[in-house]
Design a protein around this ligand. Sequence first.
Ligand code: AMP
Length: 214
Amino acid sequence: MNIILLGPPGAGKGTQARKLVEERGMVQLSTGDMLRAARTSGTQMGKVVADVMDRGELVTDEIVIGLIREQLTSGNAAGGYIFDGFPRTLAQADALGDLLAELGETLDCVIEMQVDDEALVTRITARSTCGACGEVYNDNTKPIPADGKCIKCGASDFQRRADDNEDSLRTRLMAYYKQTSPLVGYYYAKGDLKTVDGLASVDEVAASISAALK
Ligand code: AMP
């Protein structure tokens, strides 16, 4: 089963994708993670996208479609793919449809995670992640443990994303409404769309997603 998690920054796509990976053996394809990895390893492409990402704008369709193409053509996900943060434009959505068709695969479901904008600002500006395993923390609802060790892997390397600040978030939200939200209508029209309340607890959202995937 191949699915898309669709929603604005901070909707909880990454957290839910990680749960699906653990519970269903699916493979998470996050273009944001791929781009951050390219920056960390200092590739030419990483250098090209750094400023755009820090401002909260979208990198070009060509780059992200190339990243997804590379993963889909080299990988082998028996449990299916979770597209997290991709597609973000109509051109990316069309390209994904073409790529899946080329590989004889289908897109089975698009889950829209709905969260109100004020909650996104609060969530994102309080967010940090474990640099070793990616576990997500929140200063208000799930603070970093007092002993300074990740609850999942025990590492002590917590990171805040450079673009998790209020200025960049406003730009990311604008990009979402201008370029990505038309995908809600696009996938609704295709009959693939299911909507869940992204403001519920992590486990409740996971349960709604499981129900949507049945
Ligand atoms: P994310 O981790 O999904 O919030 O993505 C972080 C940043 O990476 C975004 O604000 C964009 O600058 C860039 N990015 C990630 N995925 C895409 C995409 N599908 N299309 C364009 N830019 C992307």
